[in-house]
Design a protein around this ligand. Sequence first.
Ligand code: PLP
Length: 444
Amino acid sequence: PGSSTGSSTRSPGAERGSDDTASRIWHSWTPVRQRTRPAIVRGAGYHVWDDAGRRYLDATSSALNAVCGYGESRIEAAARTQAAQLHHFELSRFTHRPAAALAERLTGLLGGPLTRTVLVNSGSEAVEAAVRIAIDLWPLRGEPRSRVVTLERGYHGSTALCQSLSGLPHLANRYRDPIPVTRVPLPREGAALRTADGLERAFELIEQAVAEPHEDGPPAAVVLEPLLNVGGGIVLPPGLLARLRRLCDRTGALLILDEVFTGLGRTGAWFASQHEDVRPDLMVLSKGLNGGYAPIGAAVAAGHLAEDFAAEPVVGGLRYGHTTSGHAIACAAALATLDVIEEDGLVARSARHGADLLDALTAGATGPLVTDVRGRGLVVTVEMADADLAARLVQAATARRLLLRQQGRAVMAVPPLTIDETGVREIAESVAGALDDVRTGGRP
Ligand code: PLP
C-alpha cells in the first residue's frame, strides 16, 4: 500500500482518498475511529473541491493559513523557480538568498527594533523559538527569570512547551510544566469583555500575574495572541495591547506577540498589534506568511536581544533550529506571498470585506441560539449557546457547501483575504440558512 506499482494491494477507496486511505493516516485532533472524511483534491480562488466533485466556499482558509486562496500562480511560479535553482541549503553554517531577502522584508514591514528573524517550519516552532529566546536571555544578563505569563484560553501550538503555555482543557496536562507558567483567565464572556470595564479587569488580572511573588522571580515574558484563535475567536478589549506594552516596559518582561494567526493582513492590518501601534520585543508569524504553500514560521526579535546572545557560553548564539528551518522554497513562496498581498491590496480588502461580513452576520445571525457575533478583519465569529449547537451549525453549513471552523461554542468564518463581495454575500446567506436548519432540524 502506498506504492505506485502495487495496485493489487490497494484498499478500495484509495484512489478517491476517502474511507480506507483516511484510516492509514493518524489524523490529529479528531477521533481515531472516524473513518469517513472527504479528500480535498483541488483548489482555485476561495473554493476547494472534494473527490466527489463537490465545490465548497472555504471560509476556513484550510487551517486559517491560505490567505491568498488556492492556485495563486505568482506564488506557485516563485516556488517552482526556487526548487529548480536550489531547493534548500541549511542555515546554521551558510545562508541563502530567499531567507536573507525574507528576513530583510520582514524587518521593513515590522519596523522599529524588530530586526533579527529566526526562520523555522511552523507556528509552534516559531513560538518555541521566541519563548526560549526570552528564557535563555535572562541568565546571560545575569538575572535568572524563567516564568512566563499567558492567557488561559490562549493557544500557541502543539509541541510540549507550546501546549504548556495554554490552559485550554483539551491540551494535555502531562506536558504542563516544562517551564513555570502563570495562566490568566479572561474576566468576561462575549461582548462584556470588549467594554471599558472588561479592559480594566483583564489588564488588572494580567498585571497581578506579572507582579505575583514567585520563586522563579518576575516573568521573563508575557505571551499572547492579539485575537484568540482556538480560545474561540475572542476579540480582546481595545487598548489592552497598548497597556500591556507599557506594563512590560515597566517590569522588564519581554512582550511576545503570537501573530501566527492574526499576522499578514488577517485582521485588516498587516499585523493585529498595529491597530494599537504596539511593537512587541518578539513577533511570532507563520500561517499567512506564505499562504500555506510550504511550511514556514518566523520569530522576529528586537536586534539587541540577539546581541545579548553573543555571551552564550556554548555556541555564542541561539541553540535552536531544525534541518529544514528557513527552507528555501518556503522562503521564496513567502516573498511572493508578500508581493501578492501588497500588489492586490489584500490588507485593505481584508478590512473592508471583514467589516461587510461582520455587518451581514450581525444582522443575519440572530435569535436565542446565538450569544455573540464579533470580529476584526476577516475573522468573524458567531458564538452559539453551546458547543453542540456550534457543531450542528458547521455541519449544516457544510451541507450548504460552506466550510466554517468550530472552536467550542464559536463558529468562525475565516476566508482567504482574496474573498470578494459575492463571496461575502454567499457566506452570510449560507450561515443564515444553516442557522435556520439548526433551529428547525432541517437539511443535513
Ligand atoms: N499560535 C497560534 C495563535 C495559532 O493559531 C497556531 C495554530 O493554530 C499556532 C500558534 C501553532 O501553529 P502550528 O499549527 O503551525 O504549529
